[in-house]
Design a protein around this ligand. Sequence first.
Ligand code: PFF
Length: 530
Amino acid sequence: MKEKNQVREHWGGSLGFILAAAGSAIGLGNLWKFPYVTGQNGGGAFILVYLLAVLVIGFPVMVCEIAIGRNAQSDPITAFQKLCPKKTGSTHMTGVLLLLAACGLFCFGKFGMSGLFFLIALVIFWYGWAAVGILSVVTPFFILSFYGTVGGWTIAYFFKGLFQQLNFTDPDSAKQVFDTFVATPSHGIFFQLLFTLTTGSVIWFGIKNGIELASKFLMPVLLIFILILIMRSVTLPGANAGISYLLTPDFSQITPHVFLSALGQAFFSLSLGMGAIMTYGSYLDSEKNILSSSLFIIVADTFFALLAGLAIFPAVMAMGMEPSAGPGLVFQVMPATFNSIGDHLGWLWSSIFFFLIFIAALTSAISIAEGCVTCLIDHFKFRRKTAVFWTILLVSVSGIFCTLSVTNWDRLPFLQRGLVWAFGSTNASLFDLMDQFSSNYMLPLGGLGTSLFVGWQWGMRYALTELRKGGSDVTDVNFFALLAGLKDDPLSKGTHSLTLALILGILIRFISPICVILVFLYNIGWLSLK
Ligand code: PFF
């Protein structure tokens, strides 16, 4: 099982890395979550706040992840250990606080939460800062389980579209078809396994021959398909209502809740907080420019989210459907919308649409699984194929439970009773719990750990040295000179001016951690904002 003296693979070129990382970011978060979260939070107003969150928090955290990964040239656990080999006072203090919290929760009868806090405290005592890296091995099992379920649905709906089984025109029939499909476990499990195995078959071939090759092929296909759908959607009579819904911000809709939803969405959408982007960064060589790559990735991800909005809202509104329909928007409202167009090509539009979501989900799932696989290879010295085998096997098993829990939670009485005993009464299925737990707790915690580590432990100075490799002297450019188009003017440069490096440092040390802590407190219900 052990593999020694393995030469580390690298991306063939910048484009390969950028496309793979953009593929990781562009996923169900853009095509499934973003449209309905936008629909529920007031359209254009939400988009504005989302853009702010991406710039102020997403960008710095992404830069940190890539810088750590590339500097250490290893998986996230080993990377934190390399950059901070000793246990520190701050990690001991966090461990002690968590132990106290665990005792308090135990006294209040919250045994599940107490056990969880106890376990996290032990991991922190044992691993120090590398506990943040442990998330890259644990989080994939949470995210990939429900991701596999939804990814499987997209494959099934693609075929249903092709075989003309989605020819309903009203949301009620759409709901009926969806509910019947979801309630049949053999279908759900079959397609979920198909999705997970497809993911495994790409990472089986490694970075260059697997992930990079697949991304170079799949990302252009994704762009072409979404452009085709947008052309169909915006040329429908009445599409203007959807376009202005997206592009006209109604500032009265901007509440603290909108701000926090945007922040959570930005984290999920940019694949931050679980070491996926850090892992991709570890396969990057020092000639590549981290800042420009990160900028490209966040622009591509945001652009795609907006394109998804443009493909969906004009069509939905032109057909008189409800834009704030929630998670069912994609699987129920969209096929009904396509069939209402009346060009008898509803089956084709639906197939294209679900194939598009399948590709987006696949390239993201690849990055989620690769985080775990790289940890098994670098830290636990597995061979790649063995690591892929175990990751995919375990994810498939947890995914089966997830899929079964959606078909009918009562099928898993032991699991259900166990969860209720541990965490109190919950109506949510395992699928919802996995989704909520990973998006609301694990990713923000991972992002917080990463920015605190870079800002306060490893040090901005070392992070900047990493960023300056690959010809990135843009960090030292005067920010205002850059805005004014005077970046090359010698008199506009100066050590005492506000450089991008300074801005980045302040964002990483203060702004991102504070915002993430706010989101976290909000998610655990300790901060309530009306
Ligand atoms: N960014 C992906 C999406 O938008 O669907 C989800 C994701 C991928 C989250 C990779 C986290 C991750 F590490």
